[in-house]
Design a protein around this ligand. Sequence first.
Ligand code: DC
Length: 231
Amino acid sequence: MADGSTRRVVVAIDGPAGAGKSTIAKRLAARLGFTYIDTGAMYRAVSLWALRRGVDLSDMHRTEQLAKAARIDLEPGGRVLLNGEEVTDAIRTAEVGEAASVIAVLPGVRRAMVEKQREMGARTSVVMEGRDIGTVVFPNADVKVFLDASQPERVRRRLIDFQAQGQPVTAETLEEQIRERDQRDRSRAEAPLAQAPDAVYLDSTGLTIEQVEEEILRLVRARVSNGKDFR
Ligand code: DC
């Protein structure tokens, strides 16, 4: 392609658990007509497969094999398929989130995921959210946002998510889980959660979803001035 008329745009949103990435990225993608890509769902899908197969989560070789072999489809309606099977709800448990963070430290697993993510971003314009999108997956993304929120606010949001899914969890347990997961995501050697130097830092703590969405839309419109009016 590269005929100049159909430039693909990448909007990268990174940040810790509970910062509001999924909610915001989904809405932005709908507003812009871009494809929404939840990369956390991809790590979760691979870890679900590993858990089901009884694979040791620290086994670099087996987990990399699974990560490479996994067929992961992120459908526009939000359904997540692993090797053709719907796993939308199955990947949302605390156990799978924890396992995803554990396998995400492994370089082979990350390589396989990044390759799939780059393929997805090469096909259409995307709003992609995760931990390393602006730093590793698409270092040349058109717009990069590091979305954050205070620890108590992130715990509060995750609590609401879990309660909505009917998963029993206390605020104390959740706080501990989030703290541990953030620590692991930020301190791993390979592609740790970090703000890219050219990313815009946005603290969503005191903001409404609409305010965050408008702020990022403003950034997209300012950076992607190829004559298109994104609405
Ligand atoms: O966003 P999430 O909670 O669904 O992500 C689950 C885990 O997957 C997260 O704790 C770390 C890992 N992850 C990652 O390492 N890199 C990404 N781009 C997305 C998720």
